[in-house]
Every structure is written in C-alpha cells, then in structure tokens.
Design a protein around this ligand. Sequence first.
Ligand code: HT7
Ligand code: ZN
Length: 868
Amino acid sequence: LEPVRLADYRVPAFLIDTVHLDIRLERTQTRIVSTLTLRRNPHSAGQGALKLDGDGLVFVEAWLDGVSLPSDAYSVSPHGFSLHQPPAEPFTLAIETRLDPSANTQLMGLYRSNSAYCTQCEAEGFRRITYFLDRPDVLSVYTTRIEASFQEAPVLLANGNRTEHGSLADGRHYAVWHDPFPKPSYLFAMVAGDLAMVADSFTTRSGREVRLEIYVEHGKEDRCAYAMDALKRSMRWDEQAFGREYDLDIFMIVAVSDFNMGAMENKGLNIFNDKYVLALPQTATDSDFAAVEAIIAHEYFHNWTGNRITCRDWFQLCLKEGLTVFRDQEFSSDQRSRPVKRINDVKLLRSQQFSEDGGPLAHPVRPEIYNEINNFYTATVYEKGAEVVRMLKTLIGDEAFAAGMDLYFQRHDGEAVTIEDFLTCFAEASRRDLGQFMLWYRQSGTPEIRAEGQWDEEAGTYHLSLKQILAPTPGQPNKQPMLFPIRLGLVGEDGDLPVTLDGKPFDGLVALAESERNYVFGNVRQAPVPSLLRGFSAPVKLTVALDEEALLTLLKADSDPFNRWQASQSYALKLLLRLVKDPTTPVDPRFIAAVRGLLAGGAVDPAFTALSLALPSETDIAREIGNDVDPQAVYRARSILRRTLARDLQADLLRTIENMTVAGPYSPQAADAGRRSLRNGALDLVCAGGTPQALDAAAAQFDKADNMTDEMAALATLALSATPAGERALHNFRERYDNDPLVIDKWMGVQAMLPLEATLDRVKELMHDPAFSLHNPNRVRALIGTFCSANQTQFNRADGEGYRFVADIILAIDPKNPQLAARLLVAFKTWRSLEQGRRTLAAATLRDIARRPGLSRDVADIAQRSLA
Ligand code: HT7
Ligand code: ZN
C-alpha cells in the first residue's frame, strides 16, 4: 500500500474553471463526453504534463481546443489520463469515455440502484465517471446534460438549476442542469430513473422561494412527510442559529436502496440511503424518526459547512464532518431534549470512538497519513471532530464562537481550506492563542483526567487536583499536554454549593492546560461531592474516586442532568465490575432502592429516566475492564444484575409500563417518544426476570401495538426470552412485513443480536432468506453488521467460529464492494483487549485475511493496521 501524507500536499498544477458533462445513459454502455476549460495554476511551480485521475474507464477519444488528439500526445492508464504537453495558455480538453453502470457493484461513481441510475463521488468516485483532477481543492462550475430513454428514466436530475429539457428521437429525452456555485468533483451528482416525487416549498428569510423535491420509488410517496418536515425545520434553524440561507432555487433529495453510507450532501441534490428518508409510524421506530431528522439536517447543513466552504485535501475531512455533526447535534438538541440528546451522543462517542481511539485503528481527528481515504470516515473524524468544535465553543464562549463562525463564512466562502484556517477565525474572534488547542486535531487517543479532592472543614475550602494522562497510541509514543474545558460544580445534600475560586464566585468552568493543576475553592461550608466534567465538557476518560454515597448524592442533587445520568451509570458499573470478577457478589440494596426511586419519579422526564434505567452496555463494561476481557463473563454479570432488578422491582416496572401508556395517535415528537422509551425500557428489564407476568406484558404489547417502536420493543424482548412465544412472534412479524425490506432488516437484526449459542447457525440460515442479499449494504449491515458489532458473546465465541464466519463474509464481499467489506472488518478493532484464547483466534483470523492475495486496498489497510 502506497500511503498519502499530509506533508506532501502541493497545490494543483492546473485549475479547471468549467466542466461540461454530456452523459448518454445506457445500462451497460454509458457514453460520457466531458469538456473541461483548464489553465495552469498561477500558485503552482508544477511544470510539464497534465495528469488527470481515472479509475475503471474505457477511453474513446480526446480533443484539444476542438481538434482530435493524436495518440502520441497523451497516454491512458488504469489510473488516469496524461496530456504530455499542455498549452501554456488556457485551453479546452474534451474526453470521451464509456462505462458500464450495471457492472458497478462498488457503489462508487455511476451505478444502478434497483431501476435508477445514481452517483456517489465522495471521496474519489468522480474519477470513475470521467478523467479529472479528482481532489477537493479544484473548484469548477458544472453544466450537466443527461440523455436517456424516456420510458426507462423519465426523471433526469443533476446539481443546480434545470436550464433546459426536451424530447429527442427514438423515445429518448434530455435535461440540462447548471450549478453556478464552483464546487469540487466529490459534490457532483446525477440521478435518472422512473421515480415518484413529493414536492413542497420553503421561503427563505430574505423572501426567496425554494422548491423542495423528494424522489422515491413509486408507492413510497406516503413515507416522505417526516423527511420533508425535517428539511424545512433544518432550513429555518440554519437561518436562525447560524445565519445561513439556502442559495439555489431548488433543493432535491433522492432516496436509493443501495448506498454505502447514510447519505451524501451533493450540491442541491442530496442522495440518501432510503433508510434515512422513509418513515411511517407503522414501519419506523422513534429512533428511526430521530435518525431521519438528524441526517436530513446534517446533509442540508453541509451546504455551507462542506459545500460553500470545502476541504483543501482529504486530511481536512473533519473540517466539514466534525463541524457538521456539531451543527446537527445542536439542531436535534433544540428540536428535542438537550440533556437526552447529549447523553445519547456521549453514549455513541464512548462506544464507537473511545474503542477506536484505544485500539490499533486510533488516529488523530485530522490524520497525517492514510492508505485508503474511505477508511477515514470514522467515529474519530465525525464524533470526536464534533466534540472538538463543542470544546472550542465552551472555551471561548458563545459570543466569540458565533463571531468566529461568521468570520469563517465570510472569509472563506467559495474556498477549499484547512483546520488552521478554521481555527484562525476563532483565534481572531476571541483574541486567544489556540495553538495548544490545535493538539486536539493532531494527537490521537482518549486523554485521561485524574481528579482528587479534599475538603478542609476548618478553612471552608476544597482542594481539587486535576492531572492529564496521555497514553501512547499508534505512531504517537509521546504527547504534549492538551487544553481541556472542564465544567464542574461542588454538590451538597441540597444541590450546588455557591463556591468561590480565586476569591470570586465560581462560574463553573476551568481550562486545564498543564499536566497537573491544583484549584482551591472557597466558601465550602459542607462536605461536597465534586461533579466533574459536567455536560461531558471534554471527550476524556475521567477517573475520580467517588463512593456509593457520593454517587447517590449526585444522582439526587446534581443540577447537571448529564452528571445525574453519569452517576447512575457509574454506580451500576461498580456493581457490574464486581459481578464480572465474582458472580456471587450480592447486589447492593441501595442501588435497587435508587432504581426504585428513579421509576417512581419517572413521569417528570421519562426519556431521561429511561436512559438512567438502562445499564451500561457490554462494550461499556469491557472498555472499563480494559484488558483480558472475557465477553461471556461480562454478559453473565450484566444478566445477573438485570435479573435481580427485574425480580426485586417487578411491581414497580409493571406499574411504569402501565403508567407510560401513550394515549392518542402516534406522534414521533420527543414527549411521546420519551414515554415510549421508558415504557419499553421497563418492559425490557422486567422480562429479564423471565416471569409469566412479564412475558405476558410483552406478548400483549406485541399483539396490540399500533406503531413500530412498541412492536419492535416487544419483539426484541420476546425473542430474547428464547421461548416458544418468542419464536411465534418472530414468525408472525416476518409474515406481516414480507414486502418491506427496511422492516425485515430490523427482524434480521433482532435475531443477530441474540446472545445464544445457536445464534451463529441462525444467522447462517437467515442468509438464505429470500429477503437477504450480500449485494445490498443495508441487508448486510442489518444481519452481519449487527452480529459482529452488537453481539459480543457470539461474535467473540470461544471457539473462534464467529470470527471465521465474519471473515468468510468479508472475503466474499470484498471483490464486489470493498468499502462495505472494510467496514465489517472494523468489528475486530478491540481484539487486543480480549482474553488470551479469543485474542489468539482473532489475531489468526486477521492474519489469514491479511495474507489473502488480491485484497482491496480498503480491506488490506484495515487488516494491516489492526495487526500492527
Ligand atoms: N459526506 C458523506 C460521506 C459519504 C461517503 C464517503 C465515502 C463513501 C461513500 C460515502 N457516502 C457518503 C456523508 C456525510 O458525512 O454527510
Ligand atoms: Zn457529513
């Protein structure tokens, strides 16, 4: 593998001002003529040939300034096109190529999804459509002419505004689209097919009317209303929160069923995995609705953070992704409950990103080297990247952050920039030196903050020592001290104490810049419990010795909802760690009483209570143990605690299920969704007791549910009970949703998650279900992806069969869709933390994969880095 390094970045030797694409669609023989106006880049010292990227194209002919090029004037290789002696003055280069969309199984470039043609160009897919300078710092104005059979593709879409369309001979027709905003090639998109459309409109705050269109397969029109509503709310929110208005006359979304990721922010023509557009109460759960809202918003927000201002190179990916995730998180927080959103985001960060940062695939938020850019669309770039933006806001304050964003939009509109450019705007707006803050982009690994405190009763002071520990990570043996915003408070029996720091009322925030620092708080008249890292103000692992009594104080009296939730988790984690070591450890009755208290007060904020009720996951426990993890022992400990709670609190849980019934028709709004989450959390827990009353409650809910949230919750609970009632429910569900692939995906996932010895065979059998296909990413992720990421005991079977099975699937998928295969392989990322037997088996499987000839770059890269 030939690595790409940030240090080797050079400005492009040529610029492409305009691109005219003429696309004649045929299923197996699409013809493309691209006409580029080029000139030498005045900022480049580069001389000599013009080298355009290409991948898998069939070259036909090229013309320079309208004259056909002789074959000795250029060369063509599998990776590109080279014009040996480009003119010194601006010139026009036209190239004709052929490609076969129906043979494109990688889902990069121009491919077919069901009966439609569509494109995916990020990161390097445009070179699979035509020869180009396929890098994000070459910005061009695109005009796209699409021609196709009217019967096959009555809908012809591309970026920008439609300027022309008409009929042609032989039942064919065409459309011309022009996008006036210069953009990098990764934002190009084209869609053609027989699609249904739902239309609406939005009036911007300056009074411009924007047409909104969502395209879906025929018959799915009734599933777009929520996505359309989310889009309009996103557009309004971006005007209000960031002062950003939409800029074209039309904004289009197309839902396709074959897609490697969630969605793609192509200028004016977002293409979505249909899972994140289609939502009806009968087919989508509350979490699905929330995901549709978040992803619609995310892609829309890219119009400014990513499209109008883009990345100079792919090392800067977090410039658009971290910032846009931060923006979509803020949007969802404003639309729903802020504390609940924060807790869910932190759960995701800890489960996905902390495990990445603690293993062989760790990399900085802005990497400095990569073998395959597709493998860097990671939780670190996205989720930690968002945390870094959040910390920046916390450190410099809301006002300076808003001023920095305004400066960024004003200064860099229409440019391809770097993280340094971004941070400079905030340094200027806040008049702060952000040099040390930059380390968040450069240093990988999850920092640990160790806190120790002591109350001096006589002096009325509290001494707090904070220490930062930065463990080595791959390629980074030594680290420099970083800058941490730490929100904190001191909590007494009745809530926050009004303490002072340096003689002034304490405002709740310290910025730790040193390896170690001591703070002395004054006016501390009673023994306090420190509430540290409020709101999870920095993406760190906090180590602080808090006993059970202290955690109960926080649970009850902390003004910070995040830390109230954290106290419930820390308490449970303490018990679980003891149970992992010794399953006969009795469960602390104070914990059971605390959970009873939570349930009793559940009606005040059901969504928050549901989160507090849920025990730390198996991966949370494993991460806390750190090494020599036995997933079976972790599972057993969690099951014991669940069973104990279920039995001791059965009456309370059944009462909660009763009380949290939601009256009236289904609404995906946060209030109702919160009640359902508490009701279903209680159902899940009470069924862990396995009593007939509990299972009857699940069966009753399954039978009478009028929405997918309640139906799925009951199905999952019944399936987990491993009883005939569970099998009956699974059978019944499969029959009911036979023609609904996105719902069948849920059914597959529930079974792939079962922590049972027989699950591996069940998963193998499900691969023969007519609804399953190894060619469709959603199907693969639902069954195989769930098995390896959400079934710790069975993926990590002691006999290694889980690893072998997943490896075989990866090897089967790799030749067709390397991105999908590589993403599955990431499931091995924590293999080094396992106990020796499983570690040996996982390593052998990884080595076996790495040794195979003909691996894709994607899979070879993950396998090699995992083993390094
Ligand atoms: N920016 C988009 C990333 C994406 C992507 C990357 C690689 C291969 C396929 C892909 N599809 C979409 C999505 C986003 O973050 O908004
Ligand atoms: Zn994004």
